[in-house]
Design a protein around this ligand. Sequence first.
Ligand SMILES: [Zn+2]
Length: 481
Amino acid sequence: MKKICLVLALVLFLPFVLIGCGNEEKLNTYFIIANFNDEEKSLKCNEKVTYVNNSENALEEVCFFVYANGFDEGVKAVPTSYINRAYPNGESFGNLTFESVFVAGQEVEINLTESKNILTVDLLNTLYPNEVIEIDLNFTVNLANINHRLGYGNKACNFGNFFPIACVYENGFVKNEFSPNGDPFYSDVSNFKVEINCDKDYVVASTGDKIESIDGQNKKVECIADKVRDFCFVLSKDFEVISGKAGDVDVFYYFYDDENSKQHLDIAVKSVNKFIKDFGSYPYKQLSVVKTNFCFGGMEYPNLVMISDDLADNETENYVIVHEIAHQWWYGIVGNNEFQNAWVDEGLTEFSTALFFKEFTEYGFDFDVVMDNATESYKHFVKIYSSIYESLDESMNRNLNEFATEPEYVNCTYTKGMLLFESLRQTLGEKKLLNCLKEYYKDYAFKNSSSEKLIESFSKTARINLESYIESWTNGTVVIK
Ligand SMILES: [Zn+2]
């Protein structure tokens, strides 16, 4: 995500086909049928998950994140400073209610944590390594009237994180809680087939490749998305769409009000080309850039990025488009636990954005000025917050809910993260750093990285042990001058 307070048909109907052979891990498969009720602004879903036990342990249960309950009454969905921007018609709430859960055809208890954030599904029988089980979830998502990842605004309905998604297994299931700060998400690359039914007047932007058909008043959109870590779609009756090509990749720009639409499509195409050249391939057929009702700067999903329709100026819009597209590489293809190590994707994404503007100088961002401003901004943050609080925690590897304030989160992940990579650029040289990024991409494409894994990969490529160097940044001891 980008906060605007910053510097600125083989598989068509085979839901259970598992990609991969030989030693490659089998992927979880999601087959979702989602029916949108326009009047109630609700989405009734059936989700069939073919879950693969890729761990070395026998499992008795599988856990799912239920992010949609982050919008429930009593939960803080956005930081306080975003409330006016978030709610176009006053405070509003939404949630996800389960109707039933089945395991291999047998109904089981709906077991939610008190926060309703984590669903634990009892497998009834032990699932041994490499075994597969089918879990069937029936639920309804009630949208809040909120300009957020999940919710409806005055022009569009956003469906980010609308369905329960399996928690990543790392010596136990990783159970992150919803947080109003940052992007509290973490999931494994999986295969998706999603069928969306909605009013025929809606234009649908989505993850994956889609086939649309109309029957009477109903539009059916069938989406196939292989090897992605999430699925998202956006609906609007007012969308216009223009498209371009970045090599073989179709780049779409969805908007309802944009006098600079061609420029925004153009910068999106340039971003895809730049990041393919610098980091590695974009292994999908399409990318949709969607300008929508959204209270933060933008938000990344595989094959789809949301750009706020409420940004200050065109310059900011250009910046946010590049930032969100860079996330296709850092978060999308190379994953990380965004709840625990947010700087890994946000810092790298900010640095990638700066690299883009270093090459494309016509947008008015001078690379050195961006870095100088970030340094000054960080020093200012340290000075102000040190005077307010007795001690200031400058560490980077913290859970999202361990950052005391939103500025602390933004400065320690985005700003300091970007400065860390700039420091590496200056120390190693740009060529070597780009080699580190290319190798890191190769090492972790379609996998999950972490702070430690990034250090290990960079050290291997740079042929120098970078552990203490990078950790002096992440543990908060480095002094930024
Ligand atoms: Zn971001």
